[in-house]
Design a binder for this molecule. Structure first.
Ligand code: PLP
Length: 413
């Protein structure tokens, strides 16, 4: 079979995340290139028809066609599996990853590889906008039904699982976009497993630097590698990572082969390059975000700051337990001045990019009520905790005094 599996040859499992991010898969090139080269090719040649047959059937390792697999893609997959599966690997558990052409391709196909017509999926009430779109607009066309649960209501998930015995999956995101809502992953996994359902967690905001859901019992992690993992805002890609290696190799592998949501080798090469600095970038993102959160919390123009690293966050204790690496680089805050104040702040900030997306080295800011969520009816938006004055801030790795300086001048204006 195609080799999607993380098979570390020479880095001890006890070594740290940063060492894995730098070294996994490097130094394996046939020509001994120092940095893993890019195999920007659609197909691969063989000397004999039997060679192709042996590789295509999986009897022999090798590459036949880039839609199926490619050395540059496989390299980045091994690195992602190493990071997300670090703790499991230390227990001798194998973790595998598959990269897709976008985070949404990873999310949609992770679901469709597990849930089929007649099955049910239980969703966390608050999800990234396009994930919400996939579950509401697309998944029903495949004959899969869904319902929602509020992870903060005791018994809510049990109730949904009871009402829908055909539940195949529970889908969660923590911290959730854009309110930084925290879900207790270990608790969700225990409840879901008791009913035979798997849990998929979107780990895009936290990244494996802050939290590793597979170690907490989550079955499948999905990532938008467009964000922190690549880190420089130059690619769109996503990944599915799991210790259910049959699921990755057989079920996800079938989708990749026959539906073809495959990534470009060039994007995977850039992803791999970005991953080399992943740990140091995340250290800075987390440190800067905490300083910004603490600075904004007492500000007279700010109603409240939503950041799991603040003791005032509703689920700080859960976050502190399941995010040992840090609380991430994403925060939101509510301006007292509502819609007008939100729009004004967007116009006066100088340092951050006014743009959707997140997790890049530079700070990025957006105002959901006037931008990403302007089409959502106001009552629905408020019910989800997205108030008129809510601002989402992806704190970059700039010098933090400069970020504070810019925030102060924009809040004054
Ligand atoms: C960006 C994002 C996605 C979608 O990823 P794309 O690479 O844009 O397809 C999914 N989930 C979260 C939390 C995201 O931030």
């Amino acid at each position: 079979m195609l080799d999607y599996t993380f098979r570390m040859t020479n880095i001890p499992a006890s070594y740290g995340l940063g060492t894995h991010a730098v070294h996994v898969g490097e130094g394996e090139d046939a020509l001994q290139a120092h940095i893993a080269p890019i195999y920007q090719t659609s197909t691969f040649t063989v000397d004999d028809p039997h060679d192709y047959a042996a590789m295509a059937s999986g009897d022999r390792p090798g590459y036949t066609y880039t839609r199926f697999n490619n050395p540059t893609v496989a390299h980045a997959e091994r690195k992602l599996a190493a990071l997300e599966g670090l703790g499991l690997r230390r227990q001798g558990v194998e973790v595998a990853a598959k990269i897709f052409a976008s985070g949404m391709a990873a999310i949609g196909n992770a679901v469709l590889a597990r849930a089929h017509a007649g099955d049910h999926v239980v969703l966390q009430d608050q999800l990234y906008g396009s994930s919400h779109g996939f579950f509401h607009e697309l998944m029903p066309d495949f004959g899969i039904t869904f319902s929602h649960f509020d992870p903060h209501k005791p018994g809510a998930l049990e109730g949904e699982l009871e009402a829908h015995p055909n539940t195949k999956l529970v889908y969660v995101e923590t911290p959730a976009n854009p309110t930084l809502k925290i879900v207790d992953l270990a608790e969700i996994a225990e409840i879901a497993h008791a009913r035979g359902a798997w849990v998929i967690a979107d780990n895009t905001f936290a990244t494996p630097f802050c939290q590793r859901p597979l170690e907490l019992g989550v079955d499948v992690v999905v990532q938008s590698t467009t964000k922190y993992l690549s880190g420089h805002g130059v690619i769109i890609s996503g990944a599915v990572i799991s210790a259910h290696t049959d699921y990755i190799k057989r079920d996800i592998g079938k989708i990749v082969r026959f539906a073809g949501p495959s990534p470009s080798p060039f994007d995977c090469w850039l992803l791999n390059l970005g991953l080399k600095t992943f740990e140091v970038r995340m250290e800075r993102h987390c440190a800067n975000a905490l300083v910004v959160a603490r600075h904004l919390a007492p500000h007279p123009k700010v109603e409240r700051v939503l950041y799991p690293g603040l003791e005032t966050h509703l689920f700080h204790d859960v976050a502190a337990r399941q995010m040992p690496g840090g609380f991430g680089g994403m925060l939101s805050f509510e301006l007292r001045g509502g819609m007008e104040a939100g729009i004004a702040l967007m116009r006066h900030m100088r340092l951050p990019a006014l743009a959707v997306s997140l997790g890049n080295v530079d700070s990025m800011i957006q105002h959901p009520a006037s931008m990403t969520h302007r089409g959502v009816p106001r009552e629905d938006r408020l019910r989800l905790g997205i108030s008129d004055g809510l601002v989402r801030f992806s704190v970059g790795i700039e010098n933090v005094e400069d970020i504070l300086d810019d925030l102060d001048q924009a809040l004054k204006a």
